[in-house]
Design a binder for this molecule. Structure first.
Ligand code: GDP
Ligand code: MG
Length: 172
């Protein structure tokens, strides 16, 4: 049996979860993706010479926390929490979402990568890179600024998550 991980993308509406997912899967940027579409995708990747199968859940709508808790978070092996660097409100959401992960997993840490997406929109920036780094360091999560549009740090983000997932397996 090869490695298999369930990865769940969570974050505010419109931050780019679907664009990140599609760029990672297909190498294309989709500018108009149905915001209500929730889908699981599958991709095999090789990291450090070892193959691994990812089931990727691109969530849509996070207003129903109860559903989130019971399904998305409970079933996830690892999380990608996304905010947009153009929106402070979506950044404020990151801590809440990670707290939710820890609460549901009943743990004080859990494999999670934090992404500040849309970093191609420098002129609309509302969250500094330092703020992103600081929060991620405090929460103990790897951090990347990404651009789904320019394919910047997308594969790197998934790779970092898999490395964390493997670390956790080794510790168990
Ligand atoms: P979701 O609701 O989190 O799934 O967000 P979407 O992936 O649907 O993206 C919302 C909007 O932001 C769409 O119009 C995307 O084209 C746009 N978008 C997503 N990622 C980026 C990015 O990295 N840069 C720019 N400029 N726009 C992006
Ligand atoms: Mg979406």
């Amino acid at each position: 049996m090869g490695e298999r991980f369930r990865v769940v993308l969570i974050g505010g509406s419109g931050v780019g979860k679907s664009a990140i997912t599609i760029m990672f899967l297909q190498g294309t940027f989709i500018s108009e993706y149905d915001p209500t579409l929730e889908e699981t995708y599958r991709k095999t990747i090789t990291i450090n010479g070892k193959c691994c199968l990812l089931d990727i859940l691109d969530t849509a709508g996070q207003e129903r926390y109860h559903t989130l808790e019971s399904h998305y978070v409970r079933n996830g092996d690892g999380f990608i929490i996304v905010y947009s660097i153009t929106s402070k409100a979506t950044f404020s959401n990151v801590r809440k979402l990670y707290d939710l992960v820890l609460r549901v997993k009943d743990s004080d840490s859990f494999p999670t990568v934090i992404l500040g997406n849309k970093n191609d929109l420098e002129e609309e920036r509302d969250v500094t890179i330092e703020e992103g780094k600081e929060l991620s360091t405090e929460l103990g999560c790897p951090f990347f600024e990404t651009s789904a549009k320019e394919n910047h740090n997308i594969a790197e983000s998934f790779t970092a998550l898999v490395i964390n997932l493997r670390k956790k397996l080794e510790q168990e």
